[in-house]
Design a protein around this ligand. Structure first.
Ligand code: ADP
Ligand code: MG
Length: 683
């Protein structure tokens, strides 16, 4: 930008990017022209407004730069207006009732805070312009708009706190995010033989292999050549797109891996995560793999998540979640820290829904992922300091002393690998929080919209109180103490996977929201609506639309899974079961024809197969009936979703049990699909 733009234009654009000043159309005109020249020099012929509808995927519509001239030729053009605003038919994107289908228009608006980039594929080279997507009435139809709004909200409130601490120079507070992405790779040829993987992204049937992850020999293990070649190309493709891919390694489950980029401003990180997911799939395909982003592709094996590393920093580069050297700095740090603790405690239900999707229902609360209970890990050191501050209040005469000792001895926190707790859903890791419940296949926007907004709200309350205080130091200390006392129940440093924690959390009154359907209504409580409207992040209408979309998505996902199961059960597993039992029966009669031999092994097997097959067929009928009833149900989407969860999912589980049993007794030569052993151990 600095190279290509006139100095004044560059300055004006930077001001918009850094401080949110509105952008003049004249400036946009110059920027558009420079962008076009830059893109065309690199071979681009088209541009696209790139946006993120509420499907959680990305969307694009390509236009070429050509423009006719009066003498019948064409020139390459790109105007400021085309850069800033696009119009597209929005009727086929989910809106959750936000937009009547007759008002199909949707608008895309340039997000100049996220860098444009070039993408090369079979389409040629295209200039991608990150945009927000909204309706004619200005309602957000996407994941980016609320994210940008939430970033403004938290910046505004955090600035008020900084001013109280005497900071007059910071202009903006930025939320930073680094999202670690987990994924599975399976051989493409095997993948293509599994209808469940193709249609639903996860295996709906499959018995556990003799070896899983119990030996933990895959985690951080040496990377196999074929996978290494894939990872190398992945890095290069991501770097070309401007995504700073940094870390890669084997994950816990066989065939599971992780990639993490260097952190960035939240909306850029969200854009980059979308690009990472897309590029993973594309590059995997080139290497004869299929990349699975589903949260739980294999039952009984670790699932995938996304670790959303989140922090707050000032535009002049100060990380506000980094414990400082002096007591003064530490008080500021402690105030931000306790604000987050309070926000997480007050709005655990919202954080929970931000990590809810049908895939994650198989993961959260299972013994290998964060529990469905939201709690915070702080580590012993910090917890102790908070305890000291809290109890300091009881020994009033010694108050100052205790406080100052407590605070000033706060050592420089190291990013210490031994002080880790992998079982906590929301863990402090030295200078940032790591939210570990985020679904691997979803956009990271929702969890960040929620985190930003709930923290903004608490900071706002704190600023309101402190701005009125006569003695600031005293008021801060009082506030810290009270906040710790009222919200320390959400802090838990123990093993989050244990049963004791579930009981302990219940005693503490922490919500344990087990499923997506149960989590969704948190979006439209009065508390949530007030919160989001107060900070102008989402209106009531926008929240209601998201509520509807989440329920619809749940219903659609389970419907597709049930249909796929029925298809596989009827056309693959049942025929093979019949064929195999006939083979065994034939063998029995053939042997008996020859003489009086012992056929008890065959008879026993035949008994087991036919019995299981009969149960399998009964369960198949039951699932079919449940799915039929569900799709014809006259009820609101919440009731419908409950039925899918309680009845359809339960039938699916029963059908699977029989099928998985059949898999272990039927001749592997005729089993109609690749097994877990094939999928997980053939890379
Ligand atoms: P882990 O040890 O949890 O696997 P990694 O080093 O793989 O951690 O990933 C940590 C992620 O956190 C990286 O994406 C990194 O860039 C990011 N990160 C580091 N500092 C910050 C910060 N201040 N704000 C947000 N993210 C950060
Ligand atoms: Mg991590």
């Amino acid at each position: 930008m600095r190279e290509r733009l006139p100095k004044e234009t560059y300055k004006a654009l930077k001001k918009t990017i850094d401080e949110g000043a509105t952008l003049d159309l004249k400036i946009a005109e110059v920027v558009a022209n420079a962008m076009k020249d830059w893109a065309i020099e690199r071979g681009a012929t088209h541009y696209t407004h790139w946006f993120q509808p509420m499907t959680g995927m990305t969307a694009e519509k390509h236009d070429s730069f050509i423009s006719p001239t009066s003498d019948g030729r064409v020139i390459m053009e790109f105007s400021g207006k085309e850069l800033i605003k696009g119009e597209s038919d929005a009727s086929s994107f989910p809106s959750g009732g936000l937009r009547a289908t007759f008002e199909a228009r949707g608008y895309t608006a340039w997000d100049c805070t996220s860098p444009a980039f070039l993408k090369e594929d079979a389409n040629g080279i295209t200039l991608y312009i990150p945009t927000a997507f909204c309706s004619y009435t200005g309602d957000a139809l996407d994941k980016k708009t609320p994210l940008l709004r939430s970033m403004e909200a938290i910046s505004k409130q955090a600035l008020r706190i900084l001013r109280l601490f005497g900071n007059t120079t910071t202009k903006k507070v930025i939320t930073t995010v680094g999202a670690e992405q987990e994924y599975f790779l399976v051989d493409k040829k095997l993948y293509e033989k599994r209808k469940d993987l193709i249609f639903t992204g996860r295996t709906l049937f499959g018995a556990l292999p003799p070896k899983g992850q119990e030996k933990e020999d895959h985690y951080y293990g040496s990377i196999k050549e074929r996978v290494a070649a894939f990872m190398q190309e992945l890095d290069i493709e991501l770097w070309k797109l401007g995504v700073p891919a940094k870390t890669k390694h084997n994950e816990v489950a066989p065939a599971q891996f992780e990639i993490a980029p260097i952190f960035d401003t939240t909306n850029v990180a969200a854009d980059h995560n979308q690009l990472i997911m897309e590029t993973l799939k594309k590059v995997a395909d080139r290497h004869g793999f299929a990349c699975l982003l589903h949260e739980k592709p294999f039952a009984g094996v670790n699932g995938s998540g996304k670790h959303n590393n989140w922090s707050l920093s000032t535009d002049d580069g100060q990380n506000l979640l980094k414990p400082g050297r002096t007591p003064h700095e530490n008080i500021q740090f402690l105030l931000f820290l306790t604000a987050i603790i309070k926000a997480v405690d007050l709005h655990a239900d919202l954080l929970r829904v931000s990590a809810a999707n049908p895939g994650n229902d198989h993961r959260l609360g299972a013994n290998e992922a964060p529990p469905a209970i939201i709690s915070i890990f702080l580590g012993d050191q910090l917890t102790e300091i908070l305890e000291q501050i809290e109890t300091g209040c009881d020994v009033c005469s010694k108050e100052r002393e205790i406080l100052e000792i407590g605070v000033s001895t706060l050592p420089q926190m190291r990013k210490d690998t031994t002080d880790r707790n992998r079982t906590s859903p929301f863990a402090f890791t030295g200078n940032k929080f790591e939210f570990r419940m985020v679904p691997s296949s979803a956009s990271i926007s929702d969890p960040n919209v929620i985190t930003n907004t709930i923290v903004a709200d608490v900071l706002c309350e704190m600023a309101d109180e402190l701005e009125q205080a006569e003695d600031f130091d005293k008021a801060v200390r009082k506030l810290l103490r009270r906040t710790i006392r009222e919200h320390k129940r959400v802090i838990f440093n123990g093993n989050g996977y244990s049963n004791e924690w579930i009981e302990e959390a219940a005693r503490r009154g922490l919500p344990n929201i087990a499923s997506t359907v149960e989590a969704i209504p948190a979006l439209i409580t009065e508390k949530a609506i007030n919160l989001f409207e107060r900070h102008k992040v989402l209106s009531k209408t926008e929240l209601c639309s998201r509520f509807e979309i989440l329920l619809e998505d749940y219903i659609n996902t389970i419907t597709i899974e049930a249909k796929t199961m029925l298809l596989m059960a009827k056309r693959q597993i049942l025929p093979v079961g019949i064929k195999f039992s006939a083979q065994v029966a034939e063998s029995i009669s053939k042997i008996k024809n020859i003489g009086d031999f012992d056929v008890s092994a065959q008879v026993e097997l035949l008994e087991e197969v036919t019995k299981t097959l009969a149960s399998f067929k009964r369960n198949l009928n039951n699932l079919e009936e449940a799915a039929h009833k569900a799709s014809n149900m006259e009820a609101d989407s919440y009731k419908k979703a409950c039925y899918y969860r309680d009845v359809v999912c339960a039938e699916m589980k029963k059908l699977r049990e029989d099928a998985d049993h059949l898999e272990t007794i039927i001749d592997e030569e005729i089993w109609p699909m690749p097994t877990y052993s094939d999928l997980l151990f053939q890379l």
